[in-house]
Write a protein that binds this ligand. Structure first.
Ligand code: AHG
Ligand code: MN
Ligand code: MN
Length: 340
């Protein structure tokens, strides 16, 4: 009989080695439970007629799916039960959700990433980032940059693979065993071998990017294999294993000006910063179109968007050089001043 190391044991060892509390284990237990529950609801969603639209539009103008709401409710339920969270930020709720003033952590999450895949029962993800409260004094801000995350993760749904990054301790993968327990910690690093590298991007937008990005694509796309699932969590999942770069550049040349997205499409805190954190711990990096490291961007609003280029350092560095030649019109700093 072979008994394997569980996720909880792995985390316990980590916390003890660093003389940390066990509160973080309680929080992670609630997150893992939520992920398994989402997985069950997703697996059975077709039978329950839960794979369609909810009939509402969120503040970001996007169609909300029933599964988005179910996943959000599941996560909120287990987070509240854990008593560890001061305040939660979910993609599905405009404002913050206060949970427990005596809690120890802030969480930012996208309960269901890749909603356009739901009606096809294709893979989606659950992304989260966690920051710790200021233990030395009052909280003066609740929106933390990725640099202040202590951990971040991504669950692949419905296969259940869990990718977990711990600050200064690497990015790890866990598999679900036959008893629905996460086991077998395996450290993941972006592969340096260029022959397998992939470029993951929505090629349908190629004519709408800035001239600099369009020129970079023309010059470099043949060096990569092209892969795109349409869910950052899922696309990033395969990128970690294959290497290369995922990008969602600014859309600035759309024939319908209303369809332009100069700030990018993806959300900074619970999408970009989460994968940036995982990438950093796996030896990679992430920048926005202004060349700023995603982890260093201090959010000025909860559902702030960002452009994103994430993957192997060499791949990201290559496009950073091309972007540097162009003076960016919009940087997060400019935006922050505007909103002050
Ligand atoms: P969500 O389903 O949480 O709203 O996120 C969708 C995001 C992201 O997962 C994905 O990478 C991107 O939208 C895909 O956008 P396009 O359809 O424009 O390629
Ligand atoms: Mn998303
Ligand atoms: Mn989502």
């Amino acid at each position: 009989m072979r008994l394997e190391e569980t996720f909880m044991h792995f985390l316990l060892e980590h916390q003890m080695r660093h003389r940390r509390t066990l509160n973080f284990l309680i929080l992670m237990e609630s997150i893992v439970t939520a992920a398994k529950y989402i997985q069950h609801v997703y697996d059975t969603g077709g039978l329950q007629s839960n794979m369609g639209e909810a009939g509402t539009i969120n503040v970001q103008g996007e169609n909300v799916m029933k599964m988005d709401l179910l996943a959000h409710q599941i996560v909120m339920h287990y987070l509240a039960e854990s008593k560890q969270i001061i305040e939660a930020t979910s993609e599905e709720i405009t404002e913050e959700v206060p949970l427990n003033d005596d809690g120890r952590y802030f969480i930012y999450f996208d309960p269901l990433d890749g909603s356009s895949n739901i009606k096809h029962s294709l893979p989606v993800g659950f992304l989260f980032g966690i920051a710790k409260r200021n233990l030395d004094g009052p909280e003066d801000y609740h929106l933390r940059s990725g640099r202040e995350f202590i951990a971040a993760g991504s669950f692949l749904i419905p296969s259940g693979v869990f990718t977990f990054g711990l600050k200064d301790a690497g990015t790890w993968r866990f598999l679900l065993d036959e008893n629905q327990v996460y086991i077998r910690p395996t450290r993941v690093q972006f592969p340096s071998k260029r022959s397998g590298w992939e470029l993951s991007w929505n090629a349908g937008n190629r004519n709408f990017y800035s001239d600099t990005v369009q020129n970079w694509v023309l010059k470099n796309e043949n060096d990569y294999k092209f892969r795109y699932v349409g869910s950052l969590a899922v696309d990033f999942h395969r990128l970690l294993q294959s290497g290369g770069m995922f990008m969602y550049p600014a859309i600035v040349n759309h024939p319908k000006p209303g369809a332009n997205r100069p700030e990018g499409k993806l959300r900074l805190i619970y999408e970009c910063a989460v994968v940036a954190f995982l990438a950093h711990e796996a030896g990679g990096t992430a920048i926005n179109e202004a060349g700023e490291n995603i982890l260093d961007i201090q959010p000025y609003k909860r559902h702030q968007r960002s452009t994103l280029f994430v993957g192997n350092k060499e791949a990201v560095e290559d496009i950073r050089k091309a972007l540097k030649a162009e003076k960016p019109k919009e940087t997060s700093k400019v935006k922050a001043v505007e909103s002050a």
